[in-house]
Design a protein around this ligand. Structure first.
Ligand SMILES: Nc1ncnc2c1ncn2[C@@H]1O[C@H](COP(=O)(O)OP(=O)(O)OP(=O)(O)O)[C@@H](O)[C@H]1O
Ligand SMILES: [Mg+2]
Length: 236
């Protein structure tokens, strides 16, 4: 193995502990699918990725939102002490609620908004929108590939969320995961009489990844990976 094999420019996630699991960050311009149970923290992860992107790394961001209007996102983020409104006003963040219209328009909207503020980060939450656009899986796959290529061309590191039920192994991987450059899973699972939150990196192109599931903690400061802990150690 060449020493510099994984020496790519990387985008830091802003989630403490996670970058250590993925050789320092997501390779720049890559598309990552963030999958997880309902309430596992996908939306929180995305807000943190964009907010810390601006505060800690001086990288602008675009949030494409299907379900939530801009006002409720701004209100929700305040609970973690994140003033999104300030960054919207400063032109560092764009929150773009979209209707379910056609895919080409979605792609154009994404591209226009990224370029308007030279964003280096983009989030599409929830990414279930892709499924709704297409009847045939092959069509969906082609379109997602084309979205991924566009994002790569403009060098914007992007996260698309995907809601799944992790209990049902067979539905674990939707088509988005196969086309994406990376897949991160958030678990919120019942182990004996307790719910446990954890994170796993399933794939990340050109990156050496942590093979182990790590516990996560959500508190008033957001999401943290407890990189030195084991998921099951406090359950013994
Ligand atoms: N201060 C806090 N301390 C601990 N947990 C918190 C705190 N604030 C929020 N949470 C938890 O963080 C989680 C955030 O979930 P989030 O909405 O990001 O999940 P999601 O995966 O996007 O869900 P969905 O699939 O419904 O969109 C919730 O389960 C909530 O209970
Ligand atoms: Mg959500």
């Amino acid at each position: 193995m060449k020493k510099d094999q994984f020496d790519f420019p990387r985008t830091k996630t802003g989630v403490p502990g996670l970058d250590e699991m993925i050789s320092g960050g997501i390779p720049k311009g890559n598309l990552v699918v963030l999958s997880g149970d309902p309430g596992s923290g996908k939306t929180l992860f995305c807000w943190q990725y964009l907010y810390k992107g601006i505060t800690d790394f001086n990288e602008n961001g675009v949030l494409i939102s299907l379900e939530e209007p801009e006002g409720s996102i701004i209100e929700g983020a305040k609970e973690f002490g994140w003033d999104m409104q300030k960054f919207v006003d400063q032109g560092k963040l764009r929150i773009v609620p979209i209707e379910l219209y056609d895919f080409e328009r979605l792609k154009n909207t994404v591209e226009e908004n990224i370029q308007a503020i030279s964003a280096q980060r983009c989030v599409i939450d929830p990414g279930v929108i892709f499924r709704l656009f297409f009847e045939r899986e092959l069509d969906a796959r082609k379109k997602i590939v084309s979205l991924g290529k566009m994002l790569k061309k403009i060098n914007c590191t992007s996260i698309v969320t995907n809601e799944i039920t992790l209990d049902r192994e067979r539905s674990l991987f939707g088509l988005e995961e196969y086309v994406a450059d990376g897949v991160i899973l958030l678990y919120h699972t019942k182990i004996r009489n307790k719910f446990v939150r954890s994170i796993a990196v399933i794939k990340m192109r050109n990156t050496s990844i942590a093979e182990e599931l790590k516990p996560i903690k959500i508190d008033k400061n957001g999401l943290n990976v407890l990189i030195n802990a084991k998921v099951f150690e406090d359950l013994k």
